[in-house]
Write a protein that binds this ligand. Structure first.
Ligand SMILES: NC(=O)C1=CN([C@@H]2O[C@H](COP(=O)(O)OP(=O)(O)OC[C@H]3O[C@@H](n4cnc5c(N)ncnc54)[C@H](OP(=O)(O)O)[C@@H]3O)[C@@H](O)[C@H]2O)C=CC1
Ligand SMILES: O=C(O)[C@@H]1CCC=N1
Length: 311
């Protein structure tokens, strides 16, 4: 398999499919004016190639076209409006076969429960031969994906999150045993332009799904609750929401950019006898730490079951 200006087919283009296509299109527009350096925490560059050669190779790996597949005609009509002329939109079983046949790389972005049926539909196996399949389906393992495709299909499992849409995503990739360097590099390049990207062993993916995949929902509950407190104390709702969002972003960026331990940042805010320690003790009384940690534990446990056949 050789990826040269590949066409991407997003099979199941809903919330996440749109986030991936939107973010990638935006990154391509941005990179024509400013050359962005990818934020990847795993070196996939071949040691034998020079920096110039690897830049040229990355250029060839940039997607040349997008196809988006959905099941319903009405969703296709809506999607055309959302994505515009740069993306070919198809629907139904025949649309899936056409999309996979015309593409070089397939992003499987359906719900986990329909992944097997979508990949097993007539014509799909043939169309998947010698192609790269990147699945973002929670709980669906590389072993399952390999069993549902052909021996010549390269399989990569990815767990992105919704902020990919604004290129502030967090994605973790795991590769199958037959994954070649170029496929991994292509996939890392895509997700690195949509935010941060890491490569981890598949055994971590349920925890990743809970923490990073579901995480934006948990973070927004915290954000909303902080804003509620501001509203309770008289702040207008829009002001409270802006303050809460910027506070979470600022604190998170301090951790990411300085590498400081979150506890050190917390201590630096906390004046002895002051208002911060008063608030922190209230949080501890509410068992916020174990509640949040158990949230991730429970979500990871459920994530591990999502790829299983329902009895
Ligand atoms: N939402 C999130 O934050 C995250 C989700 N994920 C994973 O991403 C996947 C998608 O989630 P999400 O985007 O939220 O789901 P959505 O429900 O938003 O999107 C699913 C899409 O699949 C389409 N679809 C359904 N059946 C078929 C079919 N037979 N053939 C082609 N397309 C089909 C739907 O089209 P139609 O509307 O026409 O039925 C819809 O566009 C899931 O596996 C989930 O585990 C991973 C990380 C984060
Ligand atoms: O809730 C879910 O199952 C999906 C996976 C991660 C985020 N949303």
């Amino acid at each position: 398999m050789s990826l040269n200006k590949p066409t991407i087919c997003v099979l199941g283009c809903g919330t996440m499919g749109i986030a991936i296509i939107r973010g990638t299109l935006d990154s391509m527009t941005a990179s024509t004016s400013v050359q962005s350096s990818p934020k990847i925490s795993h070196a996939t560059t071949a040691t034998s190639t020079t920096a110039v050669e690897s830049e040229k190779e990355d250029d060839l790996l940039r997607p040349a076209g997008f196809i988006a597949c959905v099941s319903q005609q009405e969703s296709a009509a809506k999607l055309k409006k959302t994505l515009g002329d740069l993306v070919k939109v198809l629907h139904g079983i025949a649309g899936n076969v056409q999309g996979v046949s015309e593409a070089d790389v397939i992003f499987l972005c359906t719900k986990p429960q329909v992944a097997k049926a979508v990949l097993s539909a007539p014509g799909i196996q043939e169309a998947l031969k010698d192609k790269l399949l990147v699945s973002i389906c929670a709980g669906v393992t590389i072993e399952q994906l390999q069993a549902w495709t052909t021996p010549t299909t390269t399989v990569i499992r990815a767990m992105p999150n919704t902020p990919c849409k604004i290129r502030e995503g967090m994605t973790v990739l795991s590769c199958g045993p037959n994954t070649d360097e170029q496929s991994m590099r292509f996939t890392s390049n895509i997700f690195s332009t949509l935010g941060r990207c890491r490569i981890l062993d598949e055994k971590h993916l349920d925890a990743v799904t809970a923490l990073a995949g579901s995480g934006p929902a948990f973070a927004c509950v915290m954000l909303e609750a902080l804003a509620d407190g501001g509203v309770m104390m008289g702040l207008p709702r829009d002001v409270a929401t802006e303050l809460a969002a910027q506070v979470l972003q600022g604190a998170a960026r301090m951790v990411l950019t300085t590498g400081a331990h979150p506890a050190a940042i917390k201590d630096s805010v906390t004046t002895p006898g002051g208002c911060t320690i008063a608030g922190l003790l209230t949080m501890e009384d509410g068992k916020i730490r174990s509640t949040l940690a158990r949230t991730i534990q429970e979500a990871a446990t459920v994530a591990s079951t999502l790829g299983r056949d329902k009895k």
